[in-house]
Design a protein around this ligand. Sequence first.
Ligand code: V47
Ligand code: SF4
Length: 660
Amino acid sequence: MNQMREIEKKIESGIRLNDADALFLFESPDLLRIGALADRVNREKNQDRIFYNINRHINPTNICALSCKFCAFSRKPGEEGAYAYEIDEMVEKARTAVNQGATELHMVGGLHPRWPFKRYLDMISTMHQEFPAVHLKAFTAVELDWMARRERRTLGEILQDLKNAGLGSLPGGGAEIFHPEIRDVICDTKVSAEQWIDTHRLAHSMGLRSNCTMLYGHIERYEHRVDHMRRLRELQDETGGFNVFIPLAFQPYQNDMGIGRYTFGFDDLKTIAVARLYLDNFTNIKSYWVMLGQDIAQLGLSFGANDFDGTVTEEKISRMAGGRAGMVMSRSDLEHLILRAGRTPVERDTLYRPIDLEKSLARAAEMRASAGDASPLMLPVARARKLSFATTSNTVQLNVDDPANIDWKHLLTTCEQMAAMPCPDGPRQIILAGLTATSRLMESASIPIENGFADLAKAGVRRLIETAADDATDPSLHLIHKAAHRADMPTSGRVELRAFTNQAHAGEPAASRIDWNAFQKQLNRVSQAMRPLGMTAISLEASRDGVISAGEYLDAIQRLRSAAGEQAEIVTSILSHVPTLAPAMGLGNDGSQHPVQKLVPLLADFGADDLGLIDPAMIKVNRLVEDIRSAGIAAAGGWPSDHSDANPSLDLRHKPDDRN
Ligand code: V47
Ligand code: SF4
């Protein structure tokens, strides 16, 4: 029996996975199978319910005595950007949040070299007096150790005082990666793994529950992640005191790690899924939108996570390290994102108890009725993965959408000239966009259609693609495809994914819904007509009118793949989707790595073969190739079906993940 099957059997029989199993899962390219398994386990534990909470982060100071290598947040006293809030200021920030329904204040910060323990104690007691009903989750094991050392008191005494003053639980920060091989490099002056674990054990023994985290996606290897999770699982066996496991995706900027790249979506989802499967004694796994971006976090709900975190409001730690997600989400944003993933949002308190389950369920039902229902993302069966793309340096796309301004002769000469222009990346490809418009040009020049296509081929045109101006319901479009095919000119079809916003929810972008009925109609054409018409590729485009989430886009690829069959090339032009997808993900472009690149390997997992036309001015091609390759996917430059023409420097063979 192969190892994946053995792992599935273990999960089915409730047998705990060992470290070798977890390592195997991390190393496996079969993300979708692992995700489906994790989703099943999650549903068994948590049904389709996804927790969120209404909370407020307050980072009391960024002045810190330590200098962890990955940290962009900390400053030395007097350094530009250093700040330290007065307790009154914190109370005012908290008051606004509490008035908006916050049930939790999350307070963590730097190790201030001059703050005595009393300052921390006053912080807690003042907050508790002002907001007695609000849960105070504050101070990492690292801060607690700092307080104890400065005060020359035991951790037990410090924790007891804080608890008496109103501390409710501990957050999970400071864990980073426990293994000394990594810990000694990224945060050598921080508490050791053993101290972190001991502090949480002590807190649990005193009746304080806590969270735990793992900072991944930097220099650690998979075995370090497994070692980290094993230590957490052992403590959870012993005390049962952890509420949740939170994988924290490394944010790469303004720190000393010199990494300069965000984590990949497939690695984020894999980490969530492996955590769900390996940490069998945890009920809750978080998909933390602040670090992942809303879209990947939303996808995480289909890969084993049951918690989306909260409204947050002022998040400095990831933001200062290049975090591209916004800092705040409203209750309704959170609910819509969860509903759009086909799940039921349930508001929780800090200790993972539903605040009012009946109310949450009723609210979800009401929102479903008015905003429209969404079905959960079904993960497809894994398939052979490959991705190709063309670049604007070897491919020119000519749009023939306004025949009034061009004549046939002019078009042929332009194509010939373009094809003859020197091109650094091998023979230049010419793509002609607009089938109906092209055939009109032939008509007005009295050129029989098949001769016209033969002339275009001679002039260097390699492919004809549909545009929005081509009416797929018009039977004459089908005749044009057939004629092109008879002249050996490949053609591509086009389908469009559209979102609309229910009027009752206008202004809440997360409330858009995909028009799946309209999409299905287009797919019917694909499944019935694609091959008879001679179309060899089909391009999936996202309309810019509404917000389309990454999950919905992947779902569309999957549906398109089943309609088109395995032979067709599916082209997902990530460049033309950037305006739609990137803002939906709450991501901006920092110029080094396009946010949509986070999705690249996932596109192939769901059934895409081609990324369309890439402009190297917008996307670094070498980086893109590296991304594809590091996911173990064969990559090639060139147009669909023309891989033989690929620039050899881009022609990468299947390679196992060599990033780690
Ligand atoms: O310990 C620092 C991480 C943590 C970076 O318990 C970074 O509910 C990514 O622990 N890229 C603090 N991460 C945040 C934290 C947390 C967050 C949300 C909820 C909870 C909870 C806890 O932030 C630090 C460190 O691991 N961090 N720098 C960075 N560049
Ligand atoms: Fe200080 Fe925490 Fe940043 Fe380390 S991670 S430098 S302890 S603020």
